[in-house]
Ligand binder design. Structure first.
Ligand SMILES: [Zn+2]
Length: 260
């Protein structure tokens, strides 16, 4: 029987090899895992999201999805976030890319508080948006890049887009049909709304905004509610608490699109 005796040099070499193997395994388990996982584990990818969104209104439960377009805005968005926080409600923000760059800390706060940060184009300008395919793609990518930078998540993919003025609006119908196919290729889905308080019509006061919401919500189980967090239109943050109270009294629970 042969007995192998290790000399100090061999012990050192074997120790280094073992150390490298251990470090390699740790790298694979901890570091690579971070990179191969979706950016946000709440995200389920566009395909599943699209399926769920298409059947969203078939749900028999009373669910309200609060959605805020056209922010972030320095004056309105923090107020909206405060009210949502006080009510423990997670909403969805369809942000405009160029404003994300102006107020990244607001977007970061919204994201960290559990709200869905979705894409509403970079410029919100139909001329740029529908100029050609390349231009549309750039508008989407630049917006998600701005969100990624604001929230500190590299490669953030929002998966969810809302067309400025909505897909259902007759304006730019042909272009929107073409861009909807581009969105699918880019792993996005889009959503409009089925309920609104008409805050984008500047003439409404607080009471009227609430009345508009009540009328629009009537006889619907699932509400995807369009509001805006900008000063350019009637200020929905002024009527948000009353709107939440009304919806709660009607038996609605609140969700965002991470919950689908
Ligand atoms: Zn908009």
């Amino acid at each position: 029987m042969k007995i192998y005796v290790l000399i100090p040099k061999q012990v050192l070499v074997i120790s280094v090899i073992i150390l490298l193997m251990v470090m390699g395994s740790l790298y694979l388990v901890f570091i690579r895992k971070e990179n191969v996982l979706p950016v946000n584990s709440n995200h389920m990818g566009a395909n599943k999201l699209e399926e769920r969104i298409q059947s969203i209104t078939k749900n028999q439960e009373k669910i309200a999805f609060l959605t805020f377009d056209d922010g972030p805005n320095r004056n309105v968005t923090p107020k909206v976030l405060d009210i949502l926080e006080q009510n423990d409600i997670k909403a969805t923000f369809f942000v405009i890319g160029k404003y994300v760059g102006n107020y990244p800390e607001i977007v970061k706060r919204a994201y960290e508080e559990g709200h869905y940060i979705a894409n509403h184009s970079y410029s919100h300008n139909n001329t740029f948006l529908y100029k050609n395919d390349e231009s549309f793609i750039k508008e989407i990518q630049k917006t998600d890049e701005a969100i990624a930078k604001a929230i500190g998540k590299v490669d953030y993919h929002s998966y969810l887009f809302r067309f400025p003025n909505g897909y259902m609006a007759p304006l730019h119908k042909v272009e929107k049909e073409r861009c909807a196919r581009l969105l699918t290729n880019m792993q996005y889905t889009y959503i409009d709304w089925n309920c609104l308080n008409n805050d984008s019509m500047k003439k409404y006061n607080k009471m009227q905004l609430l009345e508009n919401l009540k009328k629009s919500a009537k006889n619907k189980n699932v509400l995807v509610i369009l509001m805006h967090d900008t000063k350019d239109v009637s200020d929905s943050s002024e009527v948000l608490q009353d709107s939440i109270d009304y919806l709660k009294a009607q038996g609605y629970i609140f969700k965002n699109f991470y919950d689908l």
